[in-house]
Write a protein that binds this ligand. Sequence first.
Ligand SMILES: NC(=O)c1ccc[n+]([C@@H]2O[C@H](COP(=O)([O-])OP(=O)(O)OC[C@H]3O[C@@H](n4cnc5c(N)ncnc54)[C@H](OP(=O)(O)O)[C@@H]3O)[C@@H](O)[C@H]2O)c1
Length: 305
Amino acid sequence: MSTPLRVNMAVEGPEVSRLAYGVWRILKDPEGAGVQRVLSKIQTCLDCGITTFDHADVYGGYRGEEAFGAALRAHPGLRQRMELVTKCGIMLVDPARPRNRLKHYDYSRQHLLESVECSLRNLATDHVDVLLLHRPSPLLDPDEVAEALRLLVDQGKVLHVGVSNFTPAQVDMLASRLPMPLVTHQVELHPLRLEPFLDGTLDQCLRRRISPMAWSPLAGGRLMSGQGEAEARVRAVLLELGRKYGAELDQLLYAWLLRHPSRIIPILGTNRLERITSAARALTLQLEVQDWFAVWSASTGTEVP
Ligand SMILES: NC(=O)c1ccc[n+]([C@@H]2O[C@H](COP(=O)([O-])OP(=O)(O)OC[C@H]3O[C@@H](n4cnc5c(N)ncnc54)[C@H](OP(=O)(O)O)[C@@H]3O)[C@@H](O)[C@H]2O)c1
């Protein structure tokens, strides 16, 4: 049984691809981030059904969206074949933002409106499909955020909104004040980060019927080459499963996330075209329950209670 290529993020959410592509590392690509290279990545994704692209204003030192947008400017027809997710709220110390004296968060109405304008300009689009609040802030005023998001949605600049890296209590608090539903919660999720399975994050997604997005599904590559004990244990189990399923380690890690009933959307971070193409095979892998728990137990170093 295969996992469907597409999923509704939420009951009132957008339809997106079941695997998304993340643009965080776009400027670290050894082959560069020129228009042709970015176009080749976009095309590779679209060819294998990956139509959802995950951005943030801060990626690439505030230059990631622009590099992607340059490719869309060169081929404007591509925009209607994809869904764009972007984020706001993190304020980095960077030459592009000389007013930031230290790293902090800003969810003021003014910043939210300015940040979205900037993302739209950089991405060469008139709307983003989903805007995420990147990280929770102790100073986030839910009524002020609600007002800004309502304006952005009314103006058609943002179609849907979600959060990232929130606690379940913070999600509930914000949702209680927003005039629109939250459509996703993007969290770090992989076998070396099991907390969202245990702390109520994924239960809340199930209860709210929203698909979580999993960032760093390969633990940023650590699961492939990291030397820690848990990494080595998980890798050993994956190598065994690789022989059983005839699959690569990365495909198994995506399939491990896809197996969860909350309909997790793994976000690919690779810069390599052949790895994007091969990732799509994860949708055809259905891990047996005991194999899923073998990965879990390898991570914790013990059998489940
Ligand atoms: N919301 C948040 O706070 C947040 C935080 C971080 C990331 N994100 C999102 O999540 C996306 C993915 O994160 P990530 O880049 O850390 O994902 P990842 O898939 O866990 O890590 C990708 C890294 O692993 C390396 N890698 C090593 N072996 C690989 C293999 N066999 N297959 C694929 N990759 C392999 C890649 O190198 P190669 O390029 O050489 O393949 C790349 O450097 C980001 O682009 C961003 O959109 C969100």
